[in-house]
Ligand binder design. Structure first.
Ligand SMILES: Cc1cc2nc3c(=O)[nH]c(=O)nc-3n(C[C@H](O)[C@H](O)[C@H](O)COP(=O)(O)OP(=O)(O)OC[C@H]3O[C@@H](n4cnc5c(N)ncnc54)[C@H](O)[C@@H]3O)c2cc1C
Ligand SMILES: NC(=O)c1ccc[n+]([C@@H]2O[C@H](COP(=O)([O-])OP(=O)(O)OC[C@H]3O[C@@H](n4cnc5c(N)ncnc54)[C@H](OP(=O)(O)O)[C@@H]3O)[C@@H](O)[C@H]2O)c1
Ligand SMILES: Cc1cc2nc3c(=O)[nH]c(=O)nc-3n(C[C@H](O)[C@H](O)[C@H](O)COP(=O)(O)O)c2cc1C
Length: 631
């Protein structure tokens, strides 16, 4: 089949950009524009020759890198080349993409040093070096600050996206105002938005001959996952709370071992493990009861009408394929819904029998759901979902008029994604150790919220089997091995740093560790080990306790200690070319640490102006000597 002339390609690590790409695809579908929607990694490189209009949406991850689904297939097919690996080839002609008209949308966070680098890399290669024609200037959204977004226009992420969408649609509508139906040219009118657009492949009963009421119900059949040969299975050997029982933050030392092969030497300091979580049986049952027409179907064998969707392959597809298993292992029913969820489900608000106030209430519910799907400032959606952190499960409990078709559940429900954890064990360890902060907090509605993966991890017991993968990040370049290292970590940011310390002395003989937590006797995680290492001379430890005056009388945060030892640390950075590694929560912390380092460079590093000090730090970032792993 000839490839589509229009392609929407995206790169997304945690789903934000994917959602925007899906919204754009949905709008194009309604306007009858045949197109391809794909991750950059899954797109067949040969098909680029047939593309004329290319829309690239991409987030930045890691140290200014492209998301994994740009350079990997979703099902880790290592044999075939990806589009990005082809485009990066040195011998490719300079006009290779001159047949393409392209527009870019980037999503990043300005608290990271390499802001929106991924979309800039794609832009440079596709337009600057391979000759594609840019339809309009690249748009960049900033997740961090409303004021900093899109080159300081003050626009939030959503408004930058909707500006992008507006320009894409205007361009296509100008270029192709009409469409052909049976050889006849006609106006391009959008499909009524109350009509659900069926996906290419969806669920149906496995044996169509059977009457659905009588088809077999699967009980107690062993579960397995197919379609992802690269997935690893681990056995839990330790899941220990390492913060005080009365401390609000539960942090776990979580250790697992590979079930069959030895994991030793398969990772290095700075690498991550991704864990595939699942929902609890209680949440799944709750969901099924809200959509009670699903209950008779819940345990019957299902199949796909066409191929298994690519997006489902990462981590493997659950077998036996039943609605209950799909809800448990594939659908993220406890996440906060995004716009695309409402866009796909509002038209299913049809069940008047569950409306105490009849048709009027049904109309109200339908209108509200539609508003969440279409309002571009997203304020209503933000107030209803994001602020109180309402989950999909709670939304469908609130909107009882929703009668969702189970056949399409993998289209409108977001898929469970693996979550990443920095590896805390050393490469010579035969197990994998993680340091996991369990997400549990109260919302403004006074409800307890948990995170899908940490709740799953929190309940795992010794001997339980998990699905996981290892990701090699090559955080520390070979050329810096042996240089002094300034390691900075508030809280669970210590996780990857432990791995670095365990890899010494190969990595460095001068490790300065600045570790921050709240109280010496509550969340000083691995405190005893760190102090022992300090005594043994493996590291020099600089602890700081933000809420513990007795043990931290004159300093609060890691940056205060860095400043206190400013002359010494600056000498390490400037004269001894030390590596600076900062890990922990994203947001204000990395920005403040960065500003402190600039001030230090100015005061003790021989840089007279702010600009000169900032330029030196930029240079360090460029050389991958200032590393930031924050999440
Ligand atoms: C490269 C990398 C390395 C990482 N390493 C580690 C690590 O070593 N250890 C570790 O613990 N985590 C690490 N993380 C984070 C981890 O991947 C997960 O994001 C985290 O565990 C939460 O996952 P979850 O599924 O439990 O929560 P989710 O279901 O994804 O929910 C998390 C969301 O809940 C919200 N939230 C959390 N706490 C609060 C609060 N108090 N108030 C309001 N909202 C809140 C936030 O919006 C947050 O985004 C890392 C992430 C990356 C990208
Ligand atoms: N809203 C959220 O999403 C949220 C909230 C909390 C935690 N978390 C997550 O939970 C994880 C575990 O929490 P944790 O307790 O280990 O780590 P944490 O919340 O990052 O706190 C660790 C230490 O960092 C300090 N800190 C706070 N702001 C700082 C800043 N601007 N500069 C320097 N230090 C600062 C804290 O002090 P003080 O607290 O005393 O200021 C504390 O001593 C974190 O990785 C974080 O991502 C998320
Ligand atoms: C581990 C990690 C690294 C990141 N690195 C960068 C970065 O280098 N530059 C940047 O602009 N944004 C960075 N970000 C921010 C993401 O681009 C931003 O959160 C975005 O919304 C993610 O979109 P996605 O959900 O489509 O992956 C990073 C986020 C994480 C969690």
């Amino acid at each position: 089949m000839a490839p589509n002339k229009i392609a929407i390609l995206y790169g997304s690590e945690t789903g934000n950009t994917e959602d925007f790409a899906k919204i754009l695809s949905y709008k194009l579908q309604r306007l009858h524009y045949p197109h391809t929607l794909s991750t950059i990694g899954d797109f067949n490189p040969q098909d680029i020759l047939g593309v004329r209009y290319l829309f690239v949406l991409c987030a930045t991850t890691g140290q200014g890198e492209l998301p994994r689904n740009c350079h990997e297939h979703s099902f880790l097919d290592k044999k075939n080349k990806t589009l990005w690996s082809v485009l990066k080839r040195k011998n490719i002609p300079e006009d290779f993409l001159k047949h393409i008209n392209v527009a870019f949308f980037g999503l990043g966070d300005s608290s990271y040093p390499k802001f929106n680098y991924a979309i800039r890399k794609l832009h440079t290669r596709i337009v600057g070096q391979l000759g594609a024609n840019e339809i309009f200037d690249r748009l960049e959204a900033d997740e961090q600050s409303m004021a900093g977004s899109n080159k300081g226009t003050g626009a939030g992420v959503e408004s930058v996206y909707f500006e992008y969408e507006k320009r894409v649609l205007e361009y296509l509508m100008t270029k192709f105002p009409k469409r052909k139906v049976n050889g006849q040219s006609m106006e391009r009118n959008a499909i009524d938005d109350s009509i659900y657009l069926q996906p290419k492949s969806y669920l149906c009963l496995a044996d169509k001959e059977d009457d659905s009421e009588e088809a077999d119900v699967i009980v107690n059949e062993p579960l397995k996952f197919s379609n992802d040969a690269a997935i690893k299975y681990g056995k839990v050997i330790k899941n220990l709370g390492i913060t005080a029982k009365d401390h609000f933050q539960d942090v776990r030392e979580f250790i697992f071992t590979n079930n069959d092969t030895n994991i030793k030497d398969q990772y290095e300091a700075g690498d991550t493990a991704s864990i595939f979580p699942c929902n609890s049986d209680t949440s799944v049952q709750q969901f099924l009861e809200t959509q009670d027409h699903w209950l008779p179907m819940a345990d019957k064998p299902l199949k796909f009408t066409n191929d298994v969707p690519n997006a489902l392959k990462s981590g493997g597809v659950i077998e036996p394929l039943t609605l209950r298993n799909i809800l448990k292992y594939h659908c993220d029913i406890t996440c906060i819904p995004r716009t695309s969820f409402f866009m796909k489900i509002w038209m299913f608000a049809t069940d008047v029998s569950r409306m105490e106030r009849g048709e009027g209430q049904l109309e109200q519910q339908r209108d509200k759901l539609k508003e969440f799907a279409t309002d571009q400032d997203m304020q209503e959606l933000y107030d209803y979902c994001n602020r109180p952190r309402r989950s999909i499960l709670e939304v469908i409990e609130d909107f009882l008029s929703l009668r969702l078709p189970w056949e399409y559940c993998l289209d409108y429900l977001p898929l469970i994604k693996p979550l990443y954890y920095s590896i805390s064990s050393g490469p010579n360890d035969s197990n994998v150790q993680l340091t996991v902060a369990i997400v549990k907090y109260k919302t403004m509605l006074r409800k307890i919220r948990t995170g899908i993966c940490t709740d799953y991890i929190g309940h795992l017991k010794e001997g339980d089997i998990i699905r996981y993968n290892i990701h090699n990040n090559h955080l520390i370049q070979d050329q810096y091995k042996g240089n002094p290292m300034v390691l900075v970590s508030p809280g669970v940011g210590i996780a990857p740093l432990l791995s670095i310390i365990k890899e010494e002395p190969q990595l460095s003989k001068n490790l300065q560790l600045f570790f921050g937590c709240r109280f010496k006797d509550k969340d000083y995680i691995y405190g005893e080990t760190l102090e022992r290492w300090d005594k043994e001379g493996r590291i020099t430890l600089h602890p700081v306790f933000s809420r513990d005056r007795e043990n931290s009388p004159d300093t609060k945060y890691v940056q205060d200690v860095l400043w206190k030892l400013g002359s010494f640390v600056t000498d390490l950075l400037v004269k001894e070319k030390a590596l600076f590694v900062l890990c922990g929560a994203s947001g204000k912390m990395p920005i403040q640490v960065r500003l402190t380092v600039i001030e230090m460079l100015k005061k003790w590093g021989g840089f007279e102006t702010d600009e000169a000090a900032a330029a030196y730090l930029k240079e360090m970032e460029k050389e991958d000597r200032y590393l930031q792993e924050t999440w």
